[in-house]
Design a protein around this ligand. Structure first.
Ligand code: UN1
Length: 509
């Protein structure tokens, strides 16, 4: 798998045609080499963005904002529509690049590009629906309403597991709302980001718009810190670990900036006595092993009614045996590699720790070696019988490890499900209406996402995406998430002849 960027028909400087080696320059002193977790081959090198070039980018973004915000929102929507069309054309190449750079299965690579296309469509419609409310004023001959204005520069920090889709959730909305963006992708998956940025830059060029509407900075956490502390960045939308999110929240909070946080998950599925296992099992397996367990929505815990426990465990083992692990670009494989060898270490350490804490290994715990595995990042999805006293089940490890718990009453199942610091996604499999409604009631799941007879991952873009507790409380993507990318202005107009104060206050001069 070579020259993926060239296949995308994009122009230099982001690949160097003379040496045939992809290279991107952010002007900094440090250069990093990007290797694919699929086969350990070099994709290219990245010269990281330094402080000076970051500052120049902020300046470019600020001047682009003046032009972009002056355009009517539906015209901005038209630019996003063109971007969505360009993504449709490039879906195959881009999907392959995402899959090769990140290691997710090709189907999921395509799915990620589709998620970008979908959010573009959503944003185009939204560009004509940035509604404010109108209220009745308490004073005669007065009109009161609210309107929404863009914020300025939106900083987007995205993670390696969704190298492009989560950026698009943020960027497409931010753009139609009139903002310009500075994107810091994960330094583990920069080439997918570079490709998207270049595709959008071409659209801007074709429309005679300034490039500064969309900007890319590639660097380590230092660049993230610069963005978080920079008054120029009105909103920082960050996806990643809870630890990173706390740092961003603190730094942005100190300057009273805005943030959207989409942090760790520790998602559970409850399987009740009336669950249809034909529906539940494929959802559990996809939720637990999809993206090799590296989604924030990955199913990490399975809470099963004791009457179904043994049967489900057996069926699950059978399903895990059917999984093909290997090169994610080969479509017969379900599971690709983990992102790097550090992730493999974390997988092994977590399984060992779980066993030390009383967990029983049911399946997995293997790093795969041999001809078929061209890097040291392939592992077997793992199932562990767990108990509620195990501390480790409260932690998110970005690997395909599924903890299984038996339960007796639904109340107990919900308590187990909620008894973790994170609150992103949750699901129940049941044909019993009372159980389903209890799970959805305010004494049910405490998560931002609660699904019925659907797994924890694979959310559609139309809903607001995000979670509670240590997941950070942010909402992105659909519903009214756009409001976070704008500032609300309440306006009251007096079209009468006299001056009147609210609350009936008399003040004669
Ligand atoms: C993430 O893992 O950061 O719901 C996002 C899902 C995807 C997005 C996951 N649509 O699994």
């Amino acid at each position: 798998m070579k020259n993926l960027l060239k296949e995308l028909n994009l122009n230099p400087p982001y690949y160097n045609t003379s040496s045939g080696q992809e290279h991107w320059t952010g002007q900094g002193k440090k250069t990093v080499v990007i290797k694919s977790p699929v086969d350990d081959n070099t994709i290219g090198s990245i010269q990281l963005t330094d402080k000076k070039s970051y500052e120049a980018i902020v300046e470019t973004a600020n001047s682009a904002f003046k032009i972009w915000k002056a355009m009517p929102a539906p015209q901005r929507g038209e630019i996003v529509r063109q971007f969505g069309d360009a993504l449709r054309k490039e879906k195959e190449n881009l999907g392959k690049l995402v899959s090769y750079e990140m290691g997710k299965s090709l189907q999921e690579g395509y799915g990620e590009v589709q998620e970008m296309i979908d959010i573009c469509d959503f944003a185009v419609g939204l560009s004509r629906q940035l509604y404010g409310l109108q209220m009745h004023s308490e004073r005669p001959n007065h009109r009161m309403f609210e309107q929404w204005h863009p914020l300025g520069i939106v900083g987007i920090i995205s993670a390696f597991n969704f190298p492009v889709a989560v950026w698009a959730w943020n960027a497409a909305l931010a753009w139609v709302c009139g903002n310009v963006c500075i994107w810091k992708p994960s330094e583990k998956t920069p080439f997918s980001a570079i490709a998207c940025q270049e595709i959008f830059k071409n659209i801007l060029k074709q429309n005679n718009l300034p490039e500064g509407i969309s900007n890319l900075v590639i660097g380590d956490s230092e660049i993230g810190k610069l963005m978080a502390s920079d008054q120029n960045i009105a909103l920082v939308s960050a996806t990643g670990s809870t630890r990173m999110g706390k740092d961003v929240a603190e730094t942005v909070g100190k300057r009273l900036g805005k943030s959207i946080l989409e942090l760790g998950g520790n998602n559970a599925i409850i399987v009740t006595e009336e669950a249809d296992l034909n529906v539940a099992i494929p959802a559990i397996v996809f939720g637990a092993v999809g993206t090799a367990g590296q989604r924030c929505t990955t199913t990490r815990r399975l809470i099963v009614h004791k009457s179904r426990y043994q049967d489900l465990l057996e069926k699950l083992k059978e399903a895990y045996k059917q999984l093909n692990i290997g090169d994610p670009l080969n479509e017969t494989n379900h599971v690709g590699p983990l992102i790097d060898t550090d992730a493999v270490k974390a997988y092994l350490k977590t399984i060992e720790e779980a066993q030390n804490q009383g967990g029983q290994l049911v399946y997995g715990n293997k790093v795969l070696e041999g001809e078929a595995f061209k890097s040291n990042c392939y592992v077997t999805p793992t199932i562990i019988e767990a108990n509620i006293n195990m501390e480790i089940v409260k932690h998110e490890t970005f690997a395909p490890i599924l903890y299984v718990f038996p339960y007796d009453t639904l109340k107990e199942a919900i308590a187990i499900q909620n008894n973790v610091p994170q609150g992103l996604s949750s699901a129940i499999f049941s044909q019993n209406m009372q159980h389903v409604e209890t799970f959805l009631s305010n004494s049910g799941s405490d998560c931002g996402i609660a699904n019925v007879n659907i797994g924890t991952s694979g959310a559609e873009i139309g809903g607001a995406f995000g979670g509670e507790k240590e997941t950070g409380g942010g909402r992105e993507s659909g519903s009214d998430s756009w409001k976070a990318y704008m500032r609300r202005q309440t306006c009251t107009i007096n079209y009468g002849k006299g001056a009147q104060l609210a609350q009936g206050i008399i003040f004669n001069v």
